[in-house]
Design a protein around this ligand. Structure first.
Ligand code: BES
Ligand code: MN
Ligand code: ZN
Length: 499
């Protein structure tokens, strides 16, 4: 059988569809707003920030001069969640900042609330002077950094950000690594598909590999067929830039092996089963899984965790053209299973299937995949709470706990085996979409067919904040990565994972 050859048509046709020259002058950067005392600009004291619960307000006011406590009282500052007061010095400059965090028993934002200060305070150098007893200075510091994120690639932000001077009781390198990883993921997701196609996404992975001394490799275009990744090829073959499987390898062979896999659909038109206007509007974020995978990989490599890392990105644009795959087509796959295409918009599970299968071949202790896989996950849990699925029940609790503690919550959902029936095809091993029910579960069950019995977790992330929250600006966002890092750093790979 012969295949239409995929090459980079940009060269063939001589048309430019992406503004490369413009891009190189406006590259992304991750200015960190967390600084050490030795990195300060001014020599005076940093502006004190007091983070207060209501019952601590009286004591805090008693420690201020009459002008400042009078100022706070006249503005009815009571330490309620979200309340802030900027207290004046005699000369009118800012002497201190009060911020309330309330007492709500169900408050899940906690330290993250401080993330709202970094984007709202005037330019300057600040320091955390007091925190509620049960607050972690580390998490508060991370929140500051996460809250100061802005996507400045196309719209310059003239304002210098507010800086937090971090004392030496806090691990500033760890906090910066979390902020940098989150910023990297957000930048990749926010960048529109016209500037973040398969080539640019692979370049971003190569840059990260270089930064940390990881080995980089990629399999591009028709080589995917030769090397047996038929589903990645089929999904991406109609696009202007060829599909590819990108791999990063890092760490010592003597350490337990972890595979991190990401869905890298740089734009999801839906294919022949094309999305409508509202469905397509945000689909630049459909490479969010790859962005998450790189974010977690960057934290692991920055911290030099004792892990042998294998990161796989399944990169393709789900486009429409004369050579696009079609509903009803039957695809071979790397595992050997045949897949009948019920819907070309269920493309993420196809590219992931081949990548997951490849990851199993080196027998990792665990595989973690991230994917903006289903709208159904959002219907079930909304944009803030990614569901996760695992074929090892022992992972539910420790992973949920670490994520909650990092204010990076996730929620377990079941691999409900009876629903495998929804993926039955009369003429192939399976089809790629179930019916109207349990869409996030059937998508996860589809992936499960490609992991053999390797321990595995799957995160169905949204990658986007529809509205700004403390520490989470509107737009692209990264979930579960800080929580998973915390679990891995605490030796999570040593959890007994017999099936
Ligand atoms: N990338 C989408 C899933 C998605 C849509 C995530 C909206 C977040 C927001 C995925 O490729 C998709 O289109 N899934 C379909 C699957 C269906 C055809 C079985 C979906 O969820 O509708
Ligand atoms: Mn789709
Ligand atoms: Zn998709």
């Amino acid at each position: 059988m012969s295949h239409t050859r995929i090459v980079n048509k940009r060269k063939e046709v001589g048309l430019t569809t992406s503004y490369d020259s413009w891009r190189s002058e406006h590259c992304m950067s991750h200015p960190t707003t967390l600084i050490r005392p030795s990195e300060r600009d001014s020599s005076g004291a940093a502006i004190a920030v007091h983070v207060l619960r209501p019952d601590a307000v009286e004591d805090a006011l008693a420690g201020l001069n009459a002008l400042q406590s009078g100022f706070a009282r006249s503005r009815a500052f009571a330490g309620e969640a979200g309340q802030t007061a900027l207290l004046p010095d005699d000369d009118g400059s800012i002497a201190a900042v009060l911020m309330g965090v309330g007492t709500e028993a169900m408050d899940l934002e906690r330290e993250m609330r401080v993330g709202q200060l970094s984007s709202s305070l005037p330019t300057g150098e600040y320091a955390l002077a007091s925190l509620p007893d049960d607050f972690s200075a580390r998490l508060t510091t991370v929140a500051w950094g996460m809250g100061s994120y802005r996507f400045t690639r196309y719209l310059k932000d003239a304002r210098e950000p507010a800086l937090l001077v971090v004392g030496d009781t806090v691990d500033i390198d760890g906090a910066r690594a979390a902020v940098t990883a989150t910023g990297l993921g957000r930048d990749l997701i926010n960048t529109p598909a016209g500037d973040m196609g398969p080539i640019a996404l692979a370049e971003a992975a190569r840059d990260l590999a270089r930064e940390h001394g990881a080995e980089y490799s990629e399999i591009v275009g028709d080589d995917l067929l030769e090397q047996n990744y038929p589903m990645i090829h089929a999904v991406g073959r109609a696009a202007h830039e060829a599909p590819r499987l990108v791999e990063l390898e890092w760490g010592d062979d003597s350490h337990p092996r972890l595979a991190i896999i990401g869905k890298g659909i740089t734009f999801d038109t839906g294919g022949v089963n094309m999305k409508g206007a509202s469905g397509a509007r945000l689909m630049k974020k459909d490479m969010g899984g790859a962005a998450h995978a790189l974010a977690l990989a960057s934290m692991i490599m920055a911290a030099k965790l004792p892990i042998r890392l294998h990161c796989l990105l399944a990169i393709a644009e789900n486009a429409v053209s004369a050579n696009a795959y079609r509903p009803g087509d039957i695809l071979p796959s790397r595992t050997g299973l045949t897949v009948e295409i019920d819907n070309t918009d269920a493309e993420g599970r196809l590219v992931l299937g081949d990548a997951l299968c490849k990851a199993t071949e080196s027998n990792p202790a665990l595989m973690i995949d991230f994917a903006t896989l289903t709208g159904a996950a959002r219907v079930a849990l909304g944009p803030q709470l990614p569901p996760f699925f695992t074929n090892r029940d022992a992972l539910h609790e420790p992973v949920s706990e670490h994520c909650m503690r990092e204010l990076d919550p996730v929620w377990p959902m079941p691999l409900w085996q009876p629903y495998r029936a929804m993926l039955r095809s009369p003429i192939a091993d399976m089809k790629n979409a179930g019916g109207r029910f349990a869409g996030a579960v059937t998508a996860a069950l589809f992936l499960e067919r490609f992991v053999a019995d390797t321990p595995w977790m799957h995160f169905d992330v949204y990658g986007w904040n529809p509205a700004a929250r403390a520490g989470h600006p509107k737009g692209a966002d990264v979930y579960a990565v800080r929580g998973l890092f915390s679990w891995l750093a605490a030796g999570g790979l040593n959890t007994p994972m017999e099936s």
